[in-house]
Design a protein around this ligand. Structure first.
Ligand code: PMP
Length: 284
């Protein structure tokens, strides 16, 4: 495997950043994950748009121009022979002697990796659906920034795994669902209306979430952007999560209680299957 690190394509096993990189010391960095499907990078312009927002919110400069980054991403995908999988990129504020305040004149670090995934395994997962648990929201209030500070997400998803589930939902004290550890949360009401909470604050504005709005429109489905509770989700017709790597993934159990008949919902699967036609596909 090959990784891109600060201007060089190097063997993955020899790909290092400095111990005083601020990503390592302060989680002072941001990232993006794009799905690679059938030789295309999915929704790359939207991911780069969100990267720009994350960088701007943290006053981190672009490590390379916005025009050059897609070329590097493509090159990493190509050198790793990925036709289905993902491309990961991370930008940190760079290497500086450890001090909390922003260092002056530091060059941001850029790392890009890519890895293969098995599309058949993902389809199988979608056919059986996955399980979520709920955990109390314990993250900071700027989760709209796609920062590499993911320790609460790590702990929540580990807890999910130990409970035999594949995702954890962060839930406010009043029972309102925020989002998953690495996904946005959706329900479909008895009337067939898609519901997902607004992304102005409190959650990450998922790129897959945004594209699913277009998929839903194409399928003639109605979307309500509003909060919903765990109780409402447990009583919903269908429940699913969205992220770049899972697309629309059916949820069949919440905290051990089955959703509807305990099988993936048909509307979720139709969204999943229409997704690739609607998403923007950049040749890798
Ligand atoms: N919320 C969180 C916390 C995430 O980590 C992710 C995945 N990066 C998402 C939502 C979904 O975003 P996207 O559709 O852009 O992958």
């Amino acid at each position: 495997r090959i990784a891109y690190v600060n201007g060089r394509y190097v063997a993955h096993a020899d790909a290092f950043v400095h111990i005083e990189d601020r990503g390592y010391q302060f989680a002072d960095g941001v990232y993006e994950v794009c799905e690679v499907a059938r030789g295309f990078i999915v929704d790359m312009p939207r991911h780069l748009g969100r990267l720009n927002r994350s960088l701007t919110e943290l006053s981190i400069d672009w490590p390379v121009t916005r025009g050059v980054l897609p070329i590097i991403m493509r090159e990493v995908v190509r050198r790793n022979h990925v036709t289905d999988g993902l491309v990961y990129l991370q930008v940190t504020r760079g290497v500086a002697s450890r001090d909390f305040v922003f260092p002056a004149g530091t060059k941001p670090s850029l790392v890009v990796t890519a890895r293969k995934a098995d599309p058949a395994a993902a389809e199988k997962r979608a056919e059986s659906g996955i399980k979520v648990i709920t955990v109390l929201e314990n993250r900071w209030d700027r989760v709209d920034i796609k920062s590499v500070g993911l320790l609460p997400n790590v702990l929540a998803k580990q807890k999910a795994k130990e409970a035999g589930a594949q995702e954890a939902w962060f839930v406010d004290a009043d029972g309102t669902v925020k989002e998953g550890g690495s996904s946005n949360a959706w329900i479909i009401t008895r009337d067939g209306v898609l519901v997902t909470r607004p992304a102005e604050h409190g959650i990450l504005r998922g790129i897959t979430r945004t594209t699913l709005f277009e998929v839903a429109a194409k399928l003639g489905l109605k979307i309500e952007e509003r909060g919903f509770s765990v109780a409402e989700a447990k009583a919903a017709r269908e429940v699913f999560i969205s992220s770049a790597t899972t697309i629309a993934m059916p949820i069949v159990a919440i905290d051990g209680a089955p959703v509807a008949n305990g099988h993936p919902g048909s509307i979720t699967l139709s969204l999943r299957h229409a997704f690739f036609d609607v998403a923007e596909k950049s040749p890798a």
